[in-house]
Design a binder for this molecule. Sequence first.
Ligand code: FES
Length: 148
Amino acid sequence: MTILKINGKTHKFNQDPSMPLLWVLRDILKFKGTKYGCGKGLCGACTVHINGQPTRSCVLPVSAVEGQEITTIEGLSENIDHPVQQAWQELNVPQCGYCQSGQMMAAAALLESNKAPSEQEIEMAMSGNICRCGTYPRIKEAINRAAE
Ligand code: FES
């Protein structure tokens, strides 16, 4: 039996403990907001927060996160949108949208640790999140908007 705490709620299930968290989130628990991009820890589409830290769920065995605080895009904010989500909507950041939940999770973690990041700090924090549509300028603008 594996027990996970996701978005403040406890989830229990039987599964191979070596299964990556991403598969558990999407296929077993139906948190579909977290996306599969590369499956190799290279693109950032699967980013969730583990104890507030941005983490790639595609390469993380579920056994490694038992007892940790896991947050997905669905639990980023209760009831109202997180400032990052609001800024993303205001600035129409997504194009195809596929990578954007991972982008927002990375951005939210950045702003949690640094309320007023410089352009360089934004670039550093977001450099591992790939967007095939090239929405990078809007992502940066939205992070600055969310930081206001
Ligand atoms: Fe996890 Fe690409 S799907 S980093």
